[in-house]
Design a protein around this ligand. Sequence first.
Ligand SMILES: [Zn+2]
Length: 251
Amino acid sequence: MSKALILENMTWQELQKVKDKVELIIIPVGSTEQHGPNTTFSTDTIRAKKIGEMIGDVFGDKVLIAPTLPIGLSYHHMKFPGTITFSLETYLKILRDICWSFKQHGFKKILFLSGHGGNKRPIQEYASEAKKEFDMDIYMSGIGGSLVTDLSNEHGFSKFKGHACEVETSQTMYLAPEHVRYDSLEKAKFKDDTKYLIKKYAHGGSIFWDYREVTENGALGDATKASIEFGKEMNEIVINKITEFIEKIIL
Ligand SMILES: [Zn+2]
């Protein structure tokens, strides 16, 4: 049985009993955005949620897992039907409201576990505000490809990847196979990969980069190379790295 403290599955009395032991709140944050023909709109949200629960299982009552935020900043995917995005302004307000709420209950440290690169910018921006206004410490961690670049290189994966690619699709196969479309996996249909290079090396530029201009099917990399074995292997590294990070935070 999982040891994780998952807020949405608890009563307030149950929380009250363990509240003083909780040293960190984890808020998984995802997106509702297209992932080509490979995986569903929930790909970033469901991965963040599952990783949050796994981390919760490692730390037991030292860490409280908040509900997952299923919408993020996804302007760069809006030309594909179905994607939903907050504006930056809205997202910053939502972060503030969530942090304010936890502050009222006496919590001081929050880690945003982000399944989606576009959420990085608002969280980074908000962190200093939270310190100033609420004296709260805000942390952020990714959950995917950026934590396993060595492993991806060892496997000879595509140079142009990072979304609906072999890495993300493998992780989804391992964590939430019902969100993978095994029969329609496709590699990227690039229109112009020079734009991808600009995005990759231009710091902070991802919000303004339009996927539709770069990839016809909405994917990067090559999801046909995805496997549940890679997903499992990468997930172990991801859990270990986040665990090490949290151990430092709650020292
Ligand atoms: Zn994604």
